[in-house]
Ligand binder design. Sequence first.
Ligand SMILES: *[C@@H]1O[C@H](CO)[C@@H](O)[C@H](O)[C@H]1NC(C)=O
Length: 454
Amino acid sequence: MSSPRSVASLSHGTGKRTLQQQRSEAVQEEKKKQPWAVGKNAALFAFFVVVLPTVMILAGVSHTPAAAATRLGWTMLGTFTARGAVQKRAEENNRCDTSVGRWVREPSVPAYTAATCPTLPDSKNCRKYGKDPGHLYWRWRPDGGCDLPRPSPARFLAAVRGKRLAFIGDSLARNQMESLLCLLSQAEAPTKVSADDDGVREWRFPAHGFTLMAITTRFLARAEEVLGGDGRPTASFDVHLDAPDPVWASRHLRELDYAVFSTGNWFFRVNYFSEGGRRVACSGCSGDADAGELADFGVAHAVRRVVRAALEATARCGSCKRGLVAFVRTYTPSHFEHGSWFDGGYCNRTRPLEEDEAPSWDQSIGWDVRRAQIEEVTSARKTTTTTRFEVLDVTKAMMLRADGHPGRHYDKRSAGGGANDCLHWCIPGPIDMWNDVLLHKIAETASPPATNLR
Ligand SMILES: *[C@@H]1O[C@H](CO)[C@@H](O)[C@H](O)[C@H]1NC(C)=O
């Protein structure tokens, strides 16, 4: 699996403008999250500029020029909205936006080590295979003065006591689970519940009644390998955009308190898309004989459709727990340079990219994928009051971490000879930050403690 469009190989752009764009985007998102704020201002406007002057005129104060009343209205409206802005700024400070920020050097010890994490898989154990440990000593500092503290394992476990959390997605979802297992192992040793038969892994922390799962689904939707003329599977998939993968949707969703959806990297190959059982589009297929008249959706649009279907299925899930919180973890790119997974690409940088070393990050397909994912969460929020939808927006942070992959320093037994892994993340490593954000959000959305569990 590979996505050769590495951020480092993109053409140049202007970093300053793009940051501003991103900020205004964040402001837009904030507005969407708080429609009441806009509605309240509109109501105040209507009252002071339209209703109040009208009432004054009708009440016989007709000698008062309407203009004066209107002026009064404007003044009072100004006072109210200024107060609203102050209050809103305070709220924004409380709701720390962890999606924008920068990596700062932090000469402290990593969150954990291989010695404290017996479950750490060899393929991500970068130190063991000789990787320079430089990638461990960076911390993501969000802009705007808010802090993203590293959660203590005990605090995390206390917050999820009695709950069940699943990472639902491809091998990067599993990667996040592996990071969380290592983090939590310091407080309690997990026990493995299920073998990896149907792509579902399950661990329990018995003293806390907490269950952690990784459910493998490459596309979130049902997908089959496309067979070639010789009857053998090709590299392409037929993805059923409107059909959530039953491995999570039918079997496990109803058990969950927290679902963390992610997808993206498998869309960067030639794929075909079906709706209602009929092929309707493709991605990357132009010039392909099989494609015929099919429209090329492109990666971001295809991801949008499967995320929408997943969130709709979650919102509609009648048998799901009340208070289910569904997260979408946004797309993270690979960092192959001078090639891809299959033809000698590598990633041997030893420090995070500076913003101007990843100049057009916000014009990349990966950024479009992120935007589509966030927009779908925003729309899903409007459809339900029982499920909470949240975003783990890690795209920008991870775009800069070209140094955080196993690269050539991973277990050669599984490498099939020579390939570099510039897609998954070392643990310990920058992926630990995804779980810092996760706990931050879980604490933020904390519902009253569940009483019916355990
Ligand atoms: C990365 O690998 C390339 C090709 O082998 C080499 O030229 C370069 O010096 C390496 N960079 C680092 C930082 O090791």
